[in-house]
Design a protein around this ligand. Structure first.
Ligand SMILES: O=C(O)CCC(=O)C(=O)O
Length: 266
């Protein structure tokens, strides 16, 4: 029985008698969805504006897949973090205002829903502000292999501010849904050091044996959905069919034991 599959959906009228934060961090609730906050029209307006900065979209190729993104992602730059900030400076002037407004609204909604006192874009002394969001494009035929995201591990020894967080969460905003596929599957298994045996050097992600017999939680995002989960748990995205799946996302990390303050990056 899939007891892990307890997705919770909250809408703007449900504010907020309790915090979901601890449930998400521990994956007692594997996925929290904020639905009805972002309108379909607002998502559509951002998607249309994004077509104007197509030349800033980057494709990173791996033997087992490709990532198509607008905005830097730190995990790619852990051995030379200054290049992350250079890429950010390069694309920032091209980003539409609607994307910035969306990001600010989403931070506000997430902050309220999780009863955080602060949720701010992370700052790196000497290098400046991190990118507060990234746009990901999954076109027809594209999948995302099984992986987990854990900046404290991936950037260990870098000294970066984001490696001092206590817990990492991921927030994703669905700007355009695909026709079928594109399901996010989260496994009830957190990364462990010994899992590195299931990695193929140079490839994205992990071999499927690492999550054998684990319970799963599946979620097909709808346009306008904002969802939050703990990305240290293994997860993957099924092959997309039809329209491109377009999302905006960011990671955020809790910086204090009381889990009241968070910093965000992409
Ligand atoms: O797009 C999604 O549903 C999940 C993206 C992802 O892999 C992440 O946020 O860590």
């Amino acid at each position: 029985m899939a007891i892990f599959n307890q997705i919770r959906v909250i809408n703007p009228t449900m504010f907020v008698e309790r915090t979901w934060l601890d449930d998400i961090v521990t994956a007692r609730v594997p996925l929290l969805v904020l639905r009805g906050f972002l309108t379909a029209d607002a998502s559509q307006a951002v998607v249309e504006d994004l077509t104007r900065c197509r030349e800033k979209v980057r494709v990173s190729h791996y033997p087992n897949g490709a990532l198509t993104t607008l905005g830097p992602y730190l995990a790619k730059y852990t051995s030379a973090p200054e290049n992350y900030f250079t890429e950010l400076r390069d694309i920032q002037p091209s980003l539409p205002d609607s994307l910035m407004t969306l990001k600010e609204n989403v931070y506000r909604w997430v902050q309220r829903a999780l009863q955080l006192e602060t949720l701010q874009t992370a700052q790196e002394p000497g290098l400046g502000a991190y990118s507060g969001s990234i746009v990901r494009f999954h076109a027809n035929g594209v999948a995302n292999p099984l992986h987990n995201d854990h900046i404290v591990r991936d950037a260990a020894d870098s000294g970066l501010a984001v490696t001092h967080i206590l817990h990492q969460l991921s927030c994703v905003v669905c700007l355009q849904e695909c026709d079928s596929g594109g399901v996010l599957r989260v496994y009830k298994k957190k990364w462990r050091q010994e899992d590195e045996l299931f990695k193929t050097p140079g490839e994205l992600g992990y071999q499927s044996g690492v999550v054998e017999e684990c319970e799963t939680c599946e979620f097909s995002p709808r346009k306008g959905d904002i969802y939050i989960f703990n990305p240290v748990y293994y997860h993957e995205i099924d092959r997309v069919a039809g329209d491109t799946r377009i999302t905006m996302g960011f990671f955020f990390g809790l910086t204090d034991k009381k889990m009241k303050n968070a910093i965000a990056w992409s």
